[in-house]
Design a protein around this ligand. Sequence first.
Ligand code: 0X9
Ligand code: ZN
Length: 326
Amino acid sequence: GFGYERYNSVDEIYNELKRLKRERPSLITLIDIGQTHENRTMLVVKIGGGQSLDEDAPSVWLDAGIHAREWIAPATAMFIVRELVEGYDVDPKLQAMIDHVPFYILPVMNPDGYEYSRTSDRMWRKNRRPAECQHKDWHTVCCRGVDLNRNFDWYWAVSFLPYFSASGSSSDSCHDTYHGPAAFSEPESMAVRDFLEAYPPKAFISLHSYSQMWLIPFGHRRRSYPADYSSALRPLALRATKALEAVHGTKYQVGTGADLMYEASGGSHDWAKGALKVPFSYLIELRPRNTLFGNGFLLPEREIAPVGNETWAAIRVVADEVFSQF
Ligand code: 0X9
Ligand code: ZN
């Protein structure tokens, strides 16, 4: 069964969300935002804000598991779901915040890929789009999957890199960063786009692993920043990561993905800021910091609670800022 300090299956996660909904029907709303290639439901849990879906209310969006193998991300999203539900009764400040600023949480954005990484290939990253075949020299190769974090309509399929790069955005369907045949070609990215356009949030946060980085738009190009990067986005990111560090001493780097890592276009957090104009948009690369101790995607389950606690402290800073501003 489900456990908050375990890496759970999609079914276990959805059953836990349904159990919470039965327990707290006035606090929780479950929203089916779409179906994947393999017909799994994409389930958003709304916490707070009353039961009606008010498009104009300020809100915070949190998604996790856009990349299949980054298991700590869905676990952290579920940890934050519990923090919100349990904190509501015992923390009056949190209650006031949630009543005014609901959270929309999509704990598993890529459920097909997540299940595939649990059952068949632990290092799977993309979704499970059916195979596309290409002719390469004298033979045909067919590969499955699109990198959903290259499939958003922000400089989609644009590569600024002079040579083939493993980390940018690839037109090769066999590559781990394949951007797909068109922007928003995938049911998962389409469902998220449609929901966010209908209920545009004030903060957009996407959970990934790993590197311990708090990434700010834009990631498609080095030295490219939104107009309010220095006045709003970066100062809030610094406050959030300070709160994070105060919990267990975990250090985060703050900056754009392009400056700190590599240029990559078509990312969801870039699209949220650049196209949807969400005021605060971030991508969080959770623990670990590096791979000195092996494969960074294989974070032991005993780290789920500490990661959950410290990440919640940081996200709460963002939500409090939305609460005080809007
Ligand atoms: O490559 C990604 O999509 C993200 N890293 S991950 O290891 N979780 O896959 C980072 C995207 C942030 N943007 C840029 N680095 N440009
Ligand atoms: Zn990722």
